[in-house]
Design a binder for this molecule. Structure first.
Ligand code: UDP
Length: 505
């Protein structure tokens, strides 16, 4: 029977494509998966996002606005399991998560697999998009006979580089941790050192098994979704498909695609989003904006190290001096500073730069999307987290690269060696999340990178031209007929035809 006839016989509810989105419980994985869910809803898909109460609080206001916009999207909240010793409301891995709570949150997350699977059965979706950190969801989708799409957090580039390390083990062929080696078999040549690659490539550690399981689930998934765009790393998108042997859709930059008005941008990723939106509505969100408005175009450096970072005071001191000595204006997102030595130093520094009107400190969550798009911003100092990288490139801003953990050292190579839109600060050693080892990046090194990028020399002008071209390409990618827009359309069509096949079977 023609599947279309079968569809016409179905009830109208059955005809709508239904998707479940299961984001991970850390801001930089939660926020983009919610953004992806929201672009599916923009295209008429019926979307259910499954998460826990404290995580829902981070994005619910955007979902409420999408409902008012007429989109079929909702959040299904599942109670976070009570684990002895875990305070209520602590449901996320982020910069403020106490180290002794990490295992407890992980335990709670493993308990959630049962309720999540049950919800899949109850909601009966046509497909599931789940974070890479839920490898079990590929089996859950298999049980229901529906496709699972894996959301992969990093760049295609980092994935390809890590695959090359696994296959060819170039890091085992050098004499020391500081000797550089080529990463073979990739579209471009670039070098790294053993001290810059994650520990698990050197000796099995507690992430080895998890990452192996994730990769297996990635290969068994129907396909993967990424959040960059073809002009940014197209050669690696193609290479990834070859080495993984799976389908993949590149859907970015999702942040600017879906967060088009100021309320969405102001509250993105923040738990106190209600307060932030009210400030926007009442016109009180003014201080950072008024400060930026008072500055010359392209003159301000934006300094932020993502949602997971808590530098020790010694490192904050070096950053502060470098910024002050640079002579350039800056916005520095310091994050939360508790009472004590750090707070004392930061307060003192803030007073000084307020008096000189050279700097603006944000001690908490910054409205990053709004700041990046402000014309006064001229460059970004980043830890090379993938979200910030794409958001900065989308805004046409060159970067000072200061990788710390996860796949960030690979992203640095993409920015500095391949795309040539970044200046490396010279970070030498990969560390685990929030383990800073004994490497402190000195103010002189930070200063040199800032001077090169903000100094207006030929090299920095060339970088600005290249990143501007990428920014233009990013804007085109999400317009009708653009590469990411086409990817989303193709993916939705493919999911619809799978649904039709199932209905007619
Ligand atoms: N972010 C923000 N305000 C902050 C810190 C981070 O809006 O004060 C957002 C930022 O826009 C990005 C995400 O949080 O979307 C951070 O992700 P990224 O991949 O850059 O770094 P990670 O948090 O994974 O280290």
């Amino acid at each position: 029977m023609d599947p279309r006839l079968s569809l016409m016989e179905s009830s109208s509810d059955e005809m709508v494509l239904k998707g479940i989105f299961l984001p991970f419980i850390s801001p930089s994985h939660l926020v983009p998966v919610v953004d992806i869910a929201r672009i599916f809803a923009m295209e008429g898909v019926d979307v259910t996002i499954i998460t826990t109460p404290a995580n829902a609080a981070v994005f619910q206001s955007s979902i409420d606005r999408d409902c008012i916009r007429g989109r079929s999207i909702r959040t299904h909240v599942v109670k976070f399991p009570q684990v002895p010793g875990l305070p209520q409301g602590l449901e996320s891995f982020n910069a403020s998560t106490p180290a002794d709570m990490v295992t407890k949150i992980g335990h709670a997350l493993s308990i959630l697999e049962g309720p999540f699977r049950q919800l899949f059965r109850d909601i009966k979706p046509d497909f599931i998009v789940s974070d890479m950190f839920y490898p079990w969801s590929v089996d859950a989708a298999d049980e229901l006979g529906i496709p699972r799409l894996i959301y992969v957090g990093g760049t295609y580039f980092a994935h390809c580089a890590m695959d090359s390390l696994e296959r060819f083990e170039p890091h085992t062929k050098v004499g020391s941790d500081d000797e550089s080696f080529l990463i073979p078999g990739l579209p471009h040549e670039f070098e790294m050192t053993r001290s810059q690659i994650p520990d698990r490539f050197k000796a099995p550690d507690n992430l080895t098994y998890l990452m192996k399981t994730i990769k297996e689930s990635e290969k068994r998934s129907y396909g993967s979704v990424f959040k960059s765009f073809y002009a940014f790393e197209g050669a690696y998108e193609d290479h990834y498909r070859k080495i993984m042997g799976t389908k993949s859709w590149n859907l970015g930059p999702i942040s600017s695609w879906v967060n088009q008005d100021a309320s969405d941008k102001a509250s993105r990723g923040s738990r106190d989003n209600k307060a932030k939106e009210e400030q926007v509505e009442e016109g009180k969100d003014g201080s950072w904006l008024a400060w930026l408005d008072s500055k010359k175009e392209g003159s301000v450096l934006y300094v932020c190290f993502g949602s997971m970072n808590n530098f020790p005071t010694t490192q904050l001191v070096e950053i502060a001096h470098a910024l002050e000595d640079s002579g350039h204006d800056f916005i520095w997102v310091v994050g939360k500073t508790d009472e004590g030595e750090t707070k004392g130093f930061v307060d003192e520094f803030e007073k000084r730069v307020q008096a000189s009107n050279k700097g603006y400190l944000i001690c908490g969550w910054a409205p990053q999307l709004l700041i990046l798009e402000h014309p006064s911003i001229g460059a970004v100092v980043t830890h090379c987290g993938m979200n910030t990288v794409i958001e900065s490139v989308d805004a046409g801003l060159p970067l000072v690269t200061w990788p710390l953990f996860a796949e960030q050292f690979f992203n640095e190579r993409l920015l500095v060696d391949v795309l040539k839109i970044g200046v490396a600060i010279g970070a030498k050693k990969w560390n685990n999340w929030n383990d800073f080892g004994d490497e402190i990046v000195k103010r002189e090194d930070i200063g040199k990178a800032i001077a090169l990028l903000m100094g207006g020399g030929e090299e920095s002008e060339e970088m600005r031209k290249r990143v501007k071209a990428l920014s233009d390409a990013a804007k085109k990618a999400i317009q009708v007929g653009g590469s990411s827009h086409n990817s989303l359309k193709d993916l939705i069509e493919e999911l619809k035809s799978l649904k039709l096949q199932k209905l007619s079977a």
